[in-house]
Design a protein around this ligand. Structure first.
Ligand SMILES: Cc1cc2nc3c(=O)[nH]c(=O)nc-3n(C[C@H](O)[C@H](O)[C@H](O)COP(=O)(O)O)c2cc1C
Length: 233
């Protein structure tokens, strides 16, 4: 798959089919993930794949409880999902949240059917900086395999219980950075289009000075900014 197609179409997919992800596919996803940059190449990461139905069922209860807690925070006007970036359109944010809630409800209701839960643990992930490259590589590699999913931190509301269920050696310093719910998506892949354009979120040399080029629409699949090859040389 073309790298730009992967970059532009790796959306969060929350409606997943129950078919298992073959082991060789799982291996390719993780083998790509462990190539990711990480500070000092210390590789203090561990990927714990959960596909046992009994475990998934216990985790599903926790996931639904954790999600309810997150939405309570949201309703009370707290938590990370509440405020859009300064200057962003609050109506669009409301609409985005409505759509996330819709597909998130599906995920919560069908959590037991998700074929693979990939728990990502790290020691001192530097606020996520030391582990998100690997997580994103895993999601991109999954995309190349036709596997979709969503990254969630909801289960961190119950870290102790999750660590106990999964037998995590917490005394060594491991903590859960995120969990990926992975599977073959029910829906179709599309460009992550509901993003504020480059010129609205970038500047040059001084905060607020124009970046210098407008990008009113995604540059994949048609990069209309690229020089016309017919007129070059
Ligand atoms: C740190 C982080 C935490 C996230 N947590 C959740 C989550 O708990 N539940 C969920 O459904 N999506 C979660 N997401 C996915 C975002 O909601 C998603 O990336 C965003 O809405 C944009 O949608 P798109 O990637 O499909 O374009 C998370 C993403 C990140 C980076």
């Amino acid at each position: 798959m073309d790298i730009h197609e992967a970059l532009y179409t790796t959306r969060m997919m929350r409606r997943l089919r129950p078919e298992p992800i073959p082991l060789d596919v799982q291996a390719r996803i993780l083998d790509a993930a462990v190539r990711a940059p990480n500070g000092g190449n210390t590789q203090r990461w561990h990927f714990l794949a959960v596909d046992d139905p009994a475990l998934k069922s216990e985790l599903a209860q926790l996931f639904r409880q954790g999600r309810a807690l997150e939405y309570e925070k949201f309703a009370a006007g707290t938590g990370p999902m509440v405020a859009p970036a300064p200057g962003a359109d609050p109506t669009r944010h409301d609409e985005t949240m409505r759509r996330i809630k819709g597909s998130g409800d599906y995920l919560a209701d069908h959590f037991e059917e998700v074929p693979l839960l990939l728990f990502v643990f790290a020691i001192d992930d530097l606020g996520g900086a030391n582990i998100y490259p690997a997580i994103w590589s895993a999601l991109l590699a999954a995309r190349a395999e036709g596997v979709g999913g969503v990254m969630t931190m909801v289960l961190r509301n119950f870290n102790d219980r999750v660590n106990e269920l999964l037998g995590v050696p917490v005394e060594e310093g491991w903590t859960m950075s995120a969990m990926l719910a992975l599977g073959y998506p029910r829906g179709r892949w599309g460009v992550a289009a509901n993003r504020r354009p480059v010129q609205e979120v970038s500047s040059r040399n001084h905060w607020g000075t124009p970046f210098g080029v407008d990008v009113p629409q995604p540059l994949w699949p048609h990069d209309y900014l690229a020089p016309d090859l017919a007129t070059v040389g």
